[in-house]
Design a protein around this ligand. Structure first.
Ligand code: SF4
Length: 483
């Protein structure tokens, strides 16, 4: 598709629909830049920072698929987009740029414990996508994730197709995660052909004329996984169904938030440092500075995480103290026990009409309040969601706050239902309902204080601690011991 030269783009969807997946949002045009595997080099970092300064409001957001969003975009010309395309940002084939980012562990290739470096697989799949315009028929939610089996796992970050590395009898395989099918083993070199076959079955069976395409997961629910695998086999030189019958004796045990702070790499003498970006927010000035820091002390790359933070890798151990000072000078933090490091919130009512509450602002206010009143020695993941759709995080949280409007004296005030742990409901178990926003900080503080006292008895994470009690007992504990 060609774009008119030198004129600002106003209708993104019809003029250049593929180059960036730009869509109107409540607060203006929203542009999403796919970053396969979440890794950007310093040239790309600078280009994004300049783009956000010139056409946005001087900041970017790292999303929960480790790509980037720039909000309130104005006045872009096609030439600017082409320039960004030249530095490897956005697909070279515009038709497929709407597809979801390919996700991989942000520590791929540097993780001390990983079984396999997934970066080559990400590159291979991205190159395939960018070379096949027929894939434009896939649903925008079509998503693939690769987990290399390391300490920083993305297994809990949902993708429609997942590949999780597993070691069996001295060989490394990937466990294919597709709907309910989780016990199919693939050799690493088979993964791409399986994605291609799954995509082909989707294209064969979904009406391409629909504007709102059926999701792969719904097609799987509708037809059944066995049917789907049978269809995929028509495009493969091996059987998936035969492998479905095998059993696996190892289960994945994902760890969380092992990426913040300083960690040794598999490369001797080098470390990476995980930096907290409050709710994924990064000003263009900070992005410029972090890019420079990565160039001066690391290999120049920044690794975005699906937990909306970022890593600088390949830093000689002797330079770590200096890098830590520089990070603090930028107003950022790297300590894993900071509430902001494990805080998640969806866009909220400023950017989404479905939201009952101003999630982002209220989440940051809560983090500020807790920082002043409690010092945590383990991360506690707190998730704010403006509605049950839970866009910001489909994984498990220790505490989830679900936005609601509470009627009070014939008006409505913003508030939250509070869920804890990971049992029953997708959000956990409902602990309190209709807590007005004014009371939320104190309520959460009380819960964390009780946990701090009790966790000396060896309860592990906050979520696991709450899982051990009935809701009635939890209410009693938080009420009595929090007095
Ligand atoms: S979770 Fe709901 S309120 Fe939040 S961004 Fe998604 S749709 Fe909007």
């Amino acid at each position: 598709m060609s774009c008119p030269k030198n004129e600002p783009i106003t209708d993104f969807q019809s003029v250049c629909p593929g180059l960036f997946y730009a869509t109107p949002a409540r607060d203006g045009i929203l542009s999403r830049i796919r970053i396969p595997g979440g890794i950007i080099n310093s040239q790309q970092g600078r280009a994004i920072a300049e783009f956000a300064e010139r056409f946005g409001e001087g900041y970017v957001h790292v999303t929960n698929r480790a790509n980037l969003q720039i909000r309130k975009i104005q006045g872009i010309t096609p030439e600017v987009l082409t320039t960004l395309q030249k530095v490897g940002l956005a697909a070279t084939l515009t038709e497929v740029d709407h597809l979801r980012n390919i996700m991989a562990s942000p520590t791929a290739g540097i993780d001390l414990l990983e079984l396999i470096d997934t970066r080559p697989l990400v590159r291979e799949l991205d190159a395939y996508i960018c070379g096949h315009p027929e894939l434009k028929g896939l649903s925008p939610k079509f998503s693939v994730g690769f987990d290399g089996g390391g300490a920083v796992s993305i297994c809990e970050q949902k993708s429609e197709i997942g590949f999780w590395a597993i070691a069996l009898k001295n060989n490394i395989y990937f466990q294919l995660i597709l709907g309910d099918a989780t016990n199919i083993l693939l050799k690493p070199e088979e993964c791409l052909s399986v994605v291609v076959a799954i995509a082909q079955v989707y294209l064969d069976n979904v009406d391409q004329t629909l504007t709102r395409k059926l999701r792969l997961k719904h097609l799987l629910q509708d037809k059944g996984v066995e049917w789907y695998l049978q269809q995929a086999e028509r495009y493969l030189p091996f059987s998936l169904l035969k492998r479905l019958k095998s059993t696996l004796d190892k289960s994945i045990n994902p760890k969380k938030y092992h990426h913040l702070g300083v960690h040794p790499q598999r490369q001797a003498g080098l470390s990476y440092i995980g930096i907290i970006l409050p709710l994924g927010h990064l000003s263009s000035k900070q992005l410029h500075s972090l890019t420079k820091l990565a160039e001066n002390y690391g290999s120049g790359s920044l690794r975005l995480t699906p937990w909306q933070n970022l890593l600088i890798s390949d830093i000689p151990n002797s330079s770590i103290p200096h890098v830590k000072d520089e990070i603090e000078r930028l107003g950022l933090d790297y300590r894993a026990n900071q509430i902001q490091g494990s805080l998640v919130a969806c866009t909220g009512k400023t950017g989404c009409t479905s939201s009952a509450t101003d999630t982002k602002k209220q989440a940051l206010d809560l983090a500020d309040y807790l920082k002043k009143h409690i010092s945590l020695d383990v991360p506690v993941k707190i998730h704010f969601s403006g509605c049950p759709k839970s866009c910001a995080d489909h994984g498990k949280s220790d505490i989830t706050l679900l936005g609601t409007l509470i009627e009070k004296d014939e008006t409505f005030v913003e508030g939250y239902h509070i869920y804890v742990g990971d049992k029953e409901h997708p959000f956990g178990r409902e602990l309190y309902t209709n807590v007005s926003i004014a009371k939320v900080p104190q309520q959460i503080l009380q819960m964390l204080e009780v946990y701090q006292i009790k966790r000396t008895e060896g309860f592990g994470s906050f979520g696991k601690f709450t899982n051990r009690y009935t809701i009635a007992k939890l209410r009693q504990l938080f009420h009595e011991e929090g007095q």
